[in-house]
Write a protein that binds this ligand. Sequence first.
Ligand SMILES: [Zn+2]
Ligand SMILES: [Zn+2]
Length: 331
Amino acid sequence: MEDRSLPELGDLDVRIAIKAAGICGSDLHYHQHGKVAAFSLKEPLVLGHEACGEIVEVGKKSTLTPGDRVVINPGLVCGNCKYCLRGQENLCRDIKFMGSASYFPHIQGTFQETVVVREQQCHVVRNDTAYQVLAFAEPLTVALHAVRRAGNFFNQRVLIIGSGTIGLLVASLARLSGAAYVAITDILDYPLQVAHKLGVDECINAQHDNEVIASWQQEPNSFPIVIEATGTYKGFEVALSSSSPGGKVVEVGILPDGQSEIPFSHAFAKELDVLFVLRQNLQFSPAVDMLEKGKLDPLPLLSASFALNDFEQAFALARDKSKAIKVQLEP
Ligand SMILES: [Zn+2]
Ligand SMILES: [Zn+2]
């Protein structure tokens, strides 16, 4: 923990007192390895990008008001490049993303008492939805984006590889979208128990239930939609082998930098569509709307909340996947 002086507000900026901020897998990676995929730290960085809070001060031209409860979109896009103009904001080459080393100088993250963001990054919440719920908005945008990439879940068999926050949110969305059957895997029992509570039809331990996973290679057990949410090449391999001919595989994890030996012959022989997901695109309004209206309850995924001072304990618990899904800090 350190004290920093408060940054000045620009005309369209707002200062937000952070009330809840989730610890993401990417925060754990930066904390432990100093990098995520090909993004390496080049200077000290405050982590955190899944946050909500209360506006405490506004710039001269801001239309927001102190006291407004807001969810923060951690990505500030340029608005002018061909990707922004095409409505693919996540592909903006100039995106300034909080708590990430993707932009230099790095944009400081949300594990602070207050942050300054542009007002366009704020989604105002009109009711008293708990901050612990609202801090799930950012991961929910990623899950929604992955589901949109995957297409229509209605009446489909859907497989999700990995029962972390994103995998479990995708599972909840699959159930809400009328999927006929939802299966999920993990290598640990605790997240599978949470998946079971969420009503997932089949919760498979990938360490022990090899026969089940092998059975998915054949019809009618294979899946026309597979979402890979572990960000590992092993998971990606299972996703390809479990996919039905003509199926879709969506990789929503962050695959590690470097070489891999993926047997793409599966993908060829079944003519699979393999899609990747970079963060999210235009999903903040729908995500905040779902949380505000209580259409999706993320709290079964919240394992614990800690004061900002106890961040070391919080990070240690977040890293122990046998005990925790999502851990939040409450500055
Ligand atoms: Zn994240
Ligand atoms: Zn742009």
